[in-house]
Ligand binder design. Structure first.
Ligand code: DOR
Ligand code: ZN
Length: 344
């Protein structure tokens, strides 16, 4: 196949950051996506509807001069102080589409996150009633749990009880990285889903650690062993509508990644669909890419599917070594490597 025409996809999980960086991250998103679910882990985090509205305006302003725009779907950052009144305002706002739960300390800018998940149960009750989805970074943070087991343990200790306590709550387990997560989601009702990144489809922990530490492959949840990668590929390419595209593209300056204590996050927005195409082609499932990228997420969120289209050509190109990131620079995933597909 030399050319692939798909319905314009959406990104159901992205980090755009703020300030001067927005122009760069938004320009990359606008090349591919109709809509994007914008993560709220700014510093300070986006905990109120008014903060989300102001952030949305900055994002829209950053896209003003682009040939096409992406619709930002905003999220609130859940804390133990989030009130049910704020959730009601969010549901009424028309601009907040979900609420994100970060266990405190799990990842970048998660310090203000949730320490005791049961403390937010009253707020989840309101979300369930109002149909507002809960997006979860599904990793425990206790230092006694091995980092490669943190997703599995989160599912056992927190997600299973949560889903049982709120049988009608829309839940998205974000950026799944394990066979256990894929199996858990497959066994749930249609309103419990998961996003999958391109990096968790393309790589496993050997890419991160064999032959030298490669900080640009470091993300959270951390890449797991090959058997988990295979299970995540199987989920993404299965056609099951509970699995959909979420890049988790997360920009960090090159110097912050190539450091003694490097930041977690892979930047994939520069080649978002090309990277997924690579993964789906390797799995002989290019015919399933469109539904994963453009249908399943929209259907899950209860939003109309996009009407425009996107063309991919089999026309290899070399990913740049570095990209601008405001007044700094970042190293994108696959920097200097060839990708087979090109979005025109
Ligand atoms: O790798 C990651 N980077 N995982 C996350 O959960 C957060 C993200 C970021 O914001 O940098
Ligand atoms: Zn993320």
């Amino acid at each position: 196949m030399r050319e692939l025409l798909i319905t314009r996809p959406d990104d159901w999980h992205v980090h755009l950051r703020d300030g001067a960086i927005l122009a760069d991250t938004c320009a990359d998103m606008a090349r591919y996506f109709g809509r994007m679910v914008v993560m709220p882990n700014l510093d300070p985090p986006v905990t109120t509807v008014s903060a989300a509205a102001a952030y949305r305006q900055r994002i829209v302003a950053a896209m003003e001069n682009l040939p096409r725009q992406v619709e930002p779907l905003m999220t609130l950052y859940l804390t133990e102080r989030t009130s049910s009144a704020e959730i009601e305002r969010a549901a009424d706002s028309g601009l907040v589409h979900a609420v994100k739960l970060y266990p405190a300390g799990a990842t970048t800018h998660s310090a203000a996150g949730v320490r005791e998940i049961r403390a937010v149960y009253p707020v989840l009750e309101t979300m369930q009633k109002l149909g507002l989805p809960l997006l979860i970074h599904g990793e425990v943070t206790s230092s006694d749990i091995d980092i490669f087991d943190r997703e599995k343990v989160f599912i056992d200790r927190h997600l299973e009880p949560l889903v049982a306590a709120f049988p009608e709550l829309k839940v998205v387990l974000e950026h799944i990285s394990t066979a256990e997560a894929a199996a858990f989601i497959s066994a749930q009702a249609p309103h419990v889903g998961a996003t999958i990144t391109a990096h968790h489809l393309l790589y496993n922990r050997n890419h991160l650690l064999a032959g030298g530490i490669r900080p640009h492959y470091y993300c959270l949840p951390v890449l797991k062993r090959d058997t988990h990668q295979q299970a995540v590929i199987q989920a993404a390419t299965s056609g099951d509508p509970r699995f959909f595209l979420g890049t988790d593209s997360a920009p960090h300056a090159t110097a912050d990644k190539q450091s003694a204590c490097g930041c977690a996050g892979c930047y994939t927005a520069h080649a978002a669909i090309e990277l997924y195409a690579e993964a789906f082609e390797r799995a002989h499932a290019l015919d399933r890419l469109e539904a994963f990228a453009a249908f399943h997420g929209a259907d899950f969120y209860g939003l109309p599917r996009n009407r425009g289209q996107l063309t991919l050509r089999r026309d290899s190109w070399t990913v740049p070594e570095r990209l601008a990131l405001g007044d700094s620079e970042l190293t994108p995933l696959c920097s200097g490597e060839q990708l087979a597909w090109n979005v025109t």
